[in-house]
Design a protein around this ligand. Structure first.
Ligand SMILES: Cc1cc2nc3c(=O)[nH]c(=O)nc-3n(C[C@H](O)[C@H](O)[C@H](O)COP(=O)(O)OP(=O)(O)OC[C@H]3O[C@@H](n4cnc5c(N)ncnc54)[C@H](O)[C@@H]3O)c2cc1C
Length: 419
């Protein structure tokens, strides 16, 4: 199954890109090596194969998508296990793990990551019963954005809203009716794992019949009566990640599936954005590193004028610029992961800085890698054009970077106090 897409990096020593790592413990090294092998031997070939399939083919039961998840589960690396460790240790391990998974294939890494979102959000809210009921061993998703409310839904404190904006009606509404919640409307086609998820942690507007329309976090088993899916989404990058709309037609759920009500909603979203953005930071360092390693290997391999192109000064200088960016993004991603895991109140601006830096880095480094590959960089026979497409999607995913920058700036400058 290996082809030119995976050869260069599989032969390459990953430690070359990590020379600046402080010494890792035996446990950290063992976990990294185990996940690196999985990323190299399973995720990369599967990601390349899925990238060439249609979105409908990706979600067929016999596709590499399901096989990859099955092998990942057999490795025994889980958020539940991490949650047993001291927070700083767990956060560093998590950051190292996401980098390796992102290095393997970002679409599959996101898919693995969002499986854990229902349980991770539950632990964040101190609602451990939901973590047990909605475990990461099932396909999960974080359903928040809506067709008419993409950026808006990620900003419950309205730091980015236009002062004269008309934000209209929600596309999805949960209503309290007696002892039940009735859910109607839809979430956007962009929900990661939306096409395959068995359960959702749903961030929705909520009418509790008392205090007007505000937000809530609701756990939704997606086999409930009235749930339907749209077609899996065809898209530019991260094609191994199945995405698609989820529709709710008067879905009736017990009210005890609400894990955070209107009074807790802002804090729940704040904590979730801290978690999601920091994870994106570590994961896309992996994508940037992959692009750098491919370029470094190719620069030794490809000859022009009778010598490997690495002998040309400008190629070495370009490679150094890529290396510098990868190291800087990794340093920030790990620092933010550990700092936020150990702080009384995690810093959203830190998590956003990590996400923007890593995704921008992944895009820039992948683009530089395409340049080093020359014409071959444009070809689907080689791996770097896929990395460029995958990285491009990350600058929109979990919030457009420009919108997140406004939120980060608002956090930094005490926007709440000024308004
Ligand atoms: C690969 C991928 C994975 C995703 N995964 C998930 C997921 O798991 N769950 C989920 O619910 N969603 C997911 N999304 C959706 C994602 O969060 C949204 O696409 C993103 O928040 C932007 O929303 P939008 O696409 O509706 O764009 P819009 O909100 O329509 O924005 C369009 C443009 O307008 C700008 N803009 C909009 N509002 C403002 C503002 N107030 N201030 C400044 N600029 C503004 C934006 O920056 C952007 O450039 C995913 C998206 C992608 C691409």
């Amino acid at each position: 199954m290996l082809d030119r897409q995976s050869i260069a990096a599989n032969d390459f020593d990953p430690s070359a890109a990590s020379l600046l790592d402080p010494p890792l413990t035996d446990v950290q090294c063992a976990m990294r090596e185990g996940l690196h092998r999985f990323a190299a031997d399973v995720m990369r070939p599967a990601g390349c194969a899925l990238d060439r399939m249609t979105a409908e083919e990706v979600v067929q039961k016999d596709s590499h998508f399901y096989a990859t998840h099955e092998i990942y589960r057999s490795l025994g690396f889980s958020q539940a296990a991490l949650a047993e460790l001291p927070p700083a240790e767990a956060a560093l391990l998590q950051s190292i793990a996401y980098e390796e998974l992102g290095w393997g294939d970002s679409g599959l890494a996101i898919s693995i990551g969002v499986n854990a979102m229902p349980a991770s959000v539950a632990r964040l809210l101190g609602a451990n019963e939901f973590a047990e009921r909605f475990p990461e061993t099932k396909f999960g998703c974080w359903a928040i954005t809506e067709p008419d409310h993409g950026s808006d839904m990620l900003d419950s404190t309205r730091q980015t809203f236009a002062s004269n904006g008309q934000y209209g009606r929600p596309s999805c509404l949960a209503r309290k009716v007696g002892d039940e919640i009735v859910l109607s409307g839809q979430k956007s086609a962009w929900v990661s794992n939306g096409a395959v998820a068995e359960q959702a942690v749903l961030f929705s507007l909520y009418d509790d019949g008392r205090t007007g329309i505000r937000g809530c976090v609701l756990y939704v088993p997606l086999d409930a009566k009235g749930v339907a899916r749209g077609k899996p989404l065809e898209k530019l990058g991260q094609r191994s990640l199945p995405q698609g709309e989820i529709f709710f037609d008067e879905v009736r759920l017990p009210a005890n599936l609400i894990a955070a009500g209107p009074d807790e909603y802002h804090d729940a979203l704040y904590g979730t954005l801290c978690l999601a953005n920091a994870s994106m930071g570590s994961l896309f360092v992996g994508v940037a590193r992959a692009a750098f390693e491919h370029a470094l290997a190719y620069a030794h391999e490809r000859k022009q004028g009778g010598v490997p192109i690495v002998q040309h000064q400008s190629v070495r200088s370009r490679l150094f610029g890529m290396y510098r960016k990868v190291e800087a993004a990794r340093a920030l991603a790990r620092r933010v992961a550990v700092a936020n895991a150990t702080a009384t109140q995690p810093a959203l601006q830190g998590a956003i800085a990590s996400k923007i830096t890593a995704t921008q880095t992944a895009f820039e480094v992948a683009s530089e890698a395409v340049q080093i590959f020359g014409g071959a960089g444009m070809s689907r026979e080689y791996p770097v054009e896929k990395l460029l497409r995958d990285a491009r999607a990350s600058m929109i995913e979990d919030g457009c970077n420009e919108l997140l920058a406004i939120k980060g700036g608002s956090q930094l400058t005490g926007w709440e106090r000024l308004h």
